[in-house]
Design a protein around this ligand. Structure first.
Ligand code: HEM
Length: 189
């Protein structure tokens, strides 16, 4: 799987005004001194939320939480400090399939990206740059969601292709045709 291509394709599908931009990166980096001290609180709240809900709790193995907390903290530090280059986005395309392997669903992933945005919104309430910081995190979350969910989709497709041993274009055409049968558009009768 070409992680760079997956990230660029996902970003390319997003209208530019919805994408995480270099300006957003500057806004986040400029507030690093406020965000980074909140990292432990964010990570604890994130995993308290996942461990309090049966379907998300079920993903984790016994004794895994400390390691997962460290990974998420490293992730937040990388998000805040950058650099937000091609490598960064390609790495995010790899994060999607990592979750496929552990059977973390896209609804779980997308919900927790919102959790990040809401956390930042609450912490920046009343701050003079709150609007810009929150908007930067909203676009960051949308971009991460796009890359992770697309990475997830491609990983599924590739796994399916390997299982059935068919060329990618054929699998895609058959899936598309089957989807048309299953969900006929009303305008098509
Ligand atoms: C905001 C959404 C999320 C982000 C940004 C995120 C990020 C990450 C990252 C960066 C890794 C490490 C990837 C690597 O190996 O380098 C990881 C691993 C992992 N995440 Fe998440 N994650 C998210 C949501 C979730 C959710 C909702 C669950 C479970 C319900 C979850 C469960 C896991 C597990 C079990 C691993 C370990 C995978 C392994 O076996 O190596 N994550 N995550």
């Amino acid at each position: 799987m070409d992680f760079h291509a997956v990230a660029q394709r996902a970003i390319g599908d997003m209208p530019p005004s919805t994408r995480f931009s270099p300006e957003d990166a500057k806004v986040i980096e400029a507030h690093a001194d406020l965000i980074l001290p909140l990292a432990d609180e964010f990570v604890t709240g994130f995993y308290d939320t996942l461990f309090a809900h049966g379907p998300t709790r079920a993903v984790f193995e016994e004794g895994e939480r400390a390691e997962r907390e460290k990974t998420l903290k490293d992730f937040l530090v990388r998000v805040v400090n950058g650099p937000h280059d091609d490598e960064f986005f390609a790495w995010l395309a790899f994060v999607g399939p990592v979750h496929v392997v552990r059977q973390v669903s896209n609804p779980m992933m997308l919900a927790m990206l919102d959790h990040l945005v809401i956390f930042i919104m609450e912490k920046f309430k009343g701050h003079e740059n709150a609007d810009a910081v929150v908007a930067a995190f909203v676009r960051l979350s949308a971009t991460l969601g796009a890359i992770i969910s697309y990475g997830y989709e491609v990983a599924w497709q590739e796994a399916l292709q390997n299982v059935v041993g068919m060329p990618p274009a054929l699998v895609q055409r058959m899936v598309h045709e089957e989807a048309q049968q299953m969900f006929p558009l009303r305008s098509h009768g």
